[in-house]
Write a protein that binds this ligand. Sequence first.
Ligand code: ATP
Ligand code: MG
Length: 473
Amino acid sequence: MNINLNQNKNLKLFKIISEVAGKNNQTVFIVGGYVRDLLMKRKTPTDIDFVTESNGIDLAKAVAHEINPKLKVSVFKNYGTAMFKHEGLDLEFVGARKESYAEHSRKPSVETGTLEDDQKRRDFTINALAISLNKENFGDLIDPFDGINDIKKKILRTPLEPSQTYSDDPLRMMRAIRFASTLNFKIEENSLKAIQQEAERIRIVSLERIMVEFNKIMLSEKPSLGLKLMEQTGLMQLIIPELTALKGIEEVEGQTHKDNFWHTLEVVDNICQNTGNLWLRWAALLHDIGKAPTKKFVDGTGWTFHGHEFLGSKMVKNIFYRLKLPLGADMKYVQKLVKLSSRPIALVDDGTSDSALRRLLFDAGEDLEDLFILNKADITTKNSSKQAKFKKNFEYVALKIKEVEEKDQVRNFQPPISGEEIMEMFNIQPGREIGILKEKVKEAILEGEIGNDKEEAKSFVIREGELLGLILQ
Ligand code: ATP
Ligand code: MG
């Protein structure tokens, strides 16, 4: 089969590569993700991989030189690859290779090979497709494992025997699940079995690499596809056991609780319809994480998960640390959302007092909208009248909050009176009284005892200062 590249946006580039390779007596093929996405008419590419049956580094240098002698080529000698950027694309050149693996490592020993050897070492048939850029058969699709048919059937299949493929490089298990989730493909049955069998081998893969794939699952349209596969293959239990701990329904005295694992997956899918923010998606994934360790059956009350949000937000840190995810602002944001996740809904039951609303505004600050997005996603009941009721309650809280914010402006709370002003009022040096008084002002505003206003705050500080034995100057 010939792929007509005449209309291709990169035709000019492909022609240059073809020419240069021809002049150098080298073969050259486009290979991997670019070919797959081209055949699937998917997204615009960010990178293109080329393979040659001789030296990839030489070819990269020659092509770059032809395009612009000043182009900078990055060479990775150990891998026999080189790359450069061209018109916003990462172009990578590699010499075809043949690989064999040792038991303890996912780093193979490598020899030079033919195109077919190179295609064999690739993870899936749909990623092993190549298009020739050689003069004599420019545009020919080289597809020794019938990847094109697997694209049609939406199937992920390994070119070689599956358990060997996954055992050789266990990262491929995560890649299989990632592609299943992002492309909405099925993992072929023998592959799925092999992943179940080899799951434990994921331990030899670095967490950074695992999480690159995991986050691609989280960024897919319907992450539950991938998350379910991780559960089904045992990988979830190995990577985030705190999540599988949420699985199951217990019954005591005829009372059950919902299965919080499956509920969580629904919440994640829901939130993905309203946000592309990876960390907000993570907040959905972890919002109920504290429910397993806090679960209790209380006579007369039923199932409780008392304090699960608080414990959950603490668990976020351990999880991020273990998974080598960033521990800065992103982690704190996830912690904050987990901690606040039940607050808006709890407000409905508390009769939405203004002070509770002000406290929520103060605590959520600039992340209030995101918290609402999470709360909406959290409504997973199948009972449509219940669902309508929850949504209505929730909109009511959102409305009340808006009113309170317009009135009191506590969202990006700035104390109406500063430490310096307090020191001046009582002619005192910096000391613990300042902190105490400032905290009291904040509390009084949130409780609604005084308005968020300088004059009111001043009179309040005078009264409270005197109680502390300070004398107004
Ligand atoms: P993406 O759209 O995410 O870039 P991709 O298929 O291009 O998808 P890359 O990680 O860029 O994925 O890898 C490029 C190609 O290299 C793949 O298409 C596949 O042929 C091969 N490959 C990558 N990682 C592996 C692996 N662990 N085992 C075997 N082949 C791999
Ligand atoms: Mg790629």
